[in-house]
Design a protein around this ligand. Sequence first.
Ligand code: G3H
Ligand code: ZN
Length: 306
Amino acid sequence: MPLVTSKGLLEKALQEGYAIGAFNANNMEMVQAIVETAEEERSPVIVQISQGAINYGGADYFAALVKLAAEKATVPVVLHLDHGMDLAVNVRCLREGFSSLMFDGSKLPFAENIAITRQVVEIAHKVGVPVEGEIGKVPTTKGEAIPYEELRQFFTNPEEAVEFFQKTGVDSLAVSVGSAHKMKVREAILDIERIAAIREAVQIPLVLHGASGVKDDQIPLAIKAGIAKINVATELGKAFTAELQKAFAADPGQVDLRKYTAPARAAVKEAVREKIRLFGSQGKAPDYYKDEGAWSEPEIAREAPE
Ligand code: G3H
Ligand code: ZN
């Protein structure tokens, strides 16, 4: 099926009490792992490409990869720009056919964040593409947990969130409520009451960044309070690289790189599956996608003959 936007998917998830996983992809294998697992779980899915990934592989390459994966799938697939740091990258991705954008102005003064977010929204809405904004700031760690007291200084203020929403017209809002980016341990505890207060104030789907480091038992509570999109990157990177290292250690002289990347891709699939089930989105892909059916080709073995 063609790409879909994140708008309807997130609003439905919010109403029905589950969240859509937004999984970061950095290469072809990750795009395949994410979309194939969503298909197997009959789950809608967001494949997100960060500005760093765009610098690495190109917006055009990633757009082509994700569009192809979506075409072959019978579940809804969104192509989302994650943490677009300026107007230019948002416009570039719009031109490449991304079906969902994010402007991250969380490092900017409040007024400047509003001004640029609003510009992105005005442009994207002209062609029906929704935009995620960020207010408060989700900090980035070097892998470890940040003490809660330190995290609090970054938290989203519900009143600021209202002003931000009213002045920008964003479709979804990334909030800082206790998580941090790049954590390698699942230890973060969330301020669930704050999520509920922001949700009450702005009435749009809220986005949880830095979900790799959040304790599993926090996730259903966060969803109940108003989180409808959950971003996962570090866990997938951990799964991919751990498997690469294992395969390399077992056979360090190997020159067929697929012997390393195939098990890494399989490990990412299992990490995505665990998250989709935790977020409750399995089985939520509408059946009409299945009935219409994607064009299917005969199974072709992925591994080249020895
Ligand atoms: O935008 C991407 C996510 O917020 C990534 O969070 O580092 O915890 O996987 P993570
Ligand atoms: Zn993030």
